[in-house]
Design a protein around this ligand. Sequence first.
Ligand code: MSP
Length: 513
Amino acid sequence: MDKNFYITTPIYYPSGKPHMGHAYSSIIADIFARFKRLEGYDVLFLTGTDEHGLKIQREAEKNKKNPKIFCDELSEKFKDLTKILNLSNDDFIRTTEQRHYKSVEEVWNRLVKSGDIYLDKYSGWYSISDEAYYGEDEIEENNGNKIAKISGSTVDWVEEESYFFKLSAWSERLLEYYKKNPNFISPSSRKNEVVNFVQKGLKDLSISRTSFSWGIPVPNNNKHVIYVWLDALTNYISALNFPDTNSKSYKKFWPADVHIIGKDILRFHAIYWPAFLLAAKLPIPKRVFGHGWILSDDKKMSKSLGNILDPIEIIKNYGTDQLRYYLVKEVSLGNDGNISMENLRNCINNDLANNYGNLCQRVFSFIKKNCYNKIPKPKRLTNLDNKLLNHLKNDKTKLINLMNDQNLNEFIKLVVSYSFDANKYFNDSEPWSVKKSDPDKMNAILFTACEQIKNISILLNSIIPLATEKVLSTMNVKKENISINQINNLECFDHEKELGELDILFTKIENDN
Ligand code: MSP
């Protein structure tokens, strides 16, 4: 069985500081990457920055900087964010790197060779903020300004010589691909919007610009630079050593298993990207998952509204795991979701501190006081003990499927319920009351509680890696045993070894903080 898994985030425009939307795409991708590693897959997880185009050139000019120097500085901030968010990315690609130039040029040459590129003149609307072309039917007037209906961003009229990609020729093939691969566009609620758009008939796409220079020059005509989306999308194969299609990484990881993106860039990933690949005679990724928007006070975050929540600030105040957990617990993946500081605090207190954190602390401190600080080896488990463990054990396949279907919310709901049940089990079984009268029973209870803490920690590991690794290392579970197949392996503990010290996992937050 193919045990390789390739997952990507969008590559981010380094036009300003990273914000919560960037953090969100990255955290989601990181969770799936980590989970696949727990399943024993060889994972390649890619992120990076999208550095060309007019938007970046303008931003650099505003800052009176050469665009490359401007990008060097800001790209560094996105690299820092990968550390702050505790991302497990294997690579970070910048579109200003040599390896990417080579790859984009080859894609261009392949499109020329297949007869999919021709030279003409573009006249139409363009949004610099979206780096997107819009048809007359996709724009509207707002306070005397022309804006794109879909994003609300200003559009300018552009007239210039341009190379075109024969996108119109690929409509049928794309529709056929969507039909044959019903999970290509996920969640399924997003599929219709793409299919409808393609069914209306696609227009050829302008894929070069002449009115600015910050981009990859068109091979053999450096009056033009390549359209930033053709440039950017290609990053996903540049990181695999393309054009060397015989390279180990390309062979192993292409086509990608899933591109994680925001819903605003679905059209580029679900229409343009597969069409470019079809024309270049390259395989198409298996899935594109479009998540929803993170809203702040019910509105999309934007500089002009001043409602941007800074992930770095939040992490400084509350912690990395806390932000990661909150974002994926609170926002239903695939839909838009509102976040607020009050809900963040409640979520930390209820789910992390009172539920999972409390379970670990009380079980470990009981073992310290009553069992020489070692996880007891039980003689036999009672029905009640088995009931607790079997519930999770029986759900194992379901849990794996939920993650593989990007159904993160259902997954978390189940895991939280196991933690809740384990707390209740510990209360109801009252190990303190049988310490003297039935030490075997006490041992079985403590072992069962530890076993369930281990299982829950493995399941939560991809979401809150720092806390769960602390807990597992307190229980002397080796790093290589943090894996899905250790769930319900009752032989995992070393009963001769003392538990480590566990400091407070999640500090409770006072609500007026
Ligand atoms: N550079 C392009 C992507 C090229 S991929 C080949 C781009 N960059 S971006 O920096 O503008 O946005 C990157 C991602 O952040 C997108 O997936 C976008 O959906 C996401 N988000 C930006 N703001 C967001 C929210 N408020 N909420 C959730 N995600 C949003 O687009």
